[in-house]
Design a protein around this ligand. Structure first.
Ligand SMILES: [Fe+2]
Ligand SMILES: [Fe+2]
Length: 233
């Protein structure tokens, strides 16, 4: 029996057992400057508990950031509508990841954020409406990269339920990417292409350069990080 308030489509038990229609993310590959390295995928696959903890943190942060934008840009009606839905969906994802962690007996622990979001946000211009354009473009890149990584991870991990869950996320996360990009376009008559190209380069550098930490959005594992993980294995 279905609880009257629960949506069948978002029921974790159903998501993780049933095959679902594939979400086409080819437009995401075109938008991003690079694909995730095999080295990152291999290390991530071997460190799923850490990755899930960081994933949970990212969902919460995505909701919090969007909520801040809802308050900061109250004059923009479409932003209110799009981001209200986004906040709701990110909090649902947060609850779902908490539950997946619990199912797997993964302990909850403090994990500081990596360099990725900071590395993007430090390039945000400070005057309006440029700041608003930039923060929305950054949002689009974070959502697009999440999609690219969920899809890549789903193909390599041995945890079938989690792979199905990652595929389920593609639908909403790819819409979030589109919403952020459309909102960035909606606030200026000028083309945002140059800023998109600028952030594409910054984002590619963060993903493609060596990184001493493993996180959901981290770069290529550095030699030091690889040595450390081999010593711990
Ligand atoms: Fe999410
Ligand atoms: Fe999202």
């Amino acid at each position: 029996m279905t609880h009257p308030n629960s949506s069948h489509d978002d029921d974790l038990a159903i998501i993780t057992t049933r095959a679902r229609a594939q979400t086409d993310i080819s437009h995401i590959y075109e938008f991003l400057g690079c694909r995730t390295s095999d080295a990152w995928l291999k290390l991530a696959k071997d460190n799923l508990p850490l990755l899930l903890q960081d994933h949970a943190n990212c969902e919460k942060k995505a909701a919090g950031t969007a909520m801040n934008l809802i308050f900061r840009y109250e004059f923009h009606r479409e932003l209110q509508e799009r981001l209200a839905q986004l906040v709701r969906e990110e909090m649902l994802h947060y609850e779902q990841v908490l539950s997946l962690m619990k199912d797997r007996g993964i302990e909850w622990h403090y994990l500081p954020a990596g360099r990725y979001a900071k590395g993007l946000l430090k390039h945000k211009r400070t005057h309006e409406p440029a700041a608003m354009v930039d923060v929305l473009i950054i949002g689009a890149f974070i959502e697009a990269r999440s999609c690219e990584r969920f899809s890549a991870l789903a193909d390599v991990i041995d945890d079938e339920k989690l792979a199905r869950y990652y595929k389920y996320l593609l639908k909403s996360e790819s819409r979030h990417y589109e919403d952020y990009l459309n909102l960035a376009r909606s606030i200026t008559d000028e083309s945002i292409d140059e800023r998109v190209a600028f952030f594409r380069d910054v984002e590619r550098e963060l993903i493609d350069s060596p990184d001493d930490q493993l996180r959901f959005h981290s770069g290529v594992p550095s030699d030091e990080l690889m040595a450390q993980s081999q010593a711990n294995a």
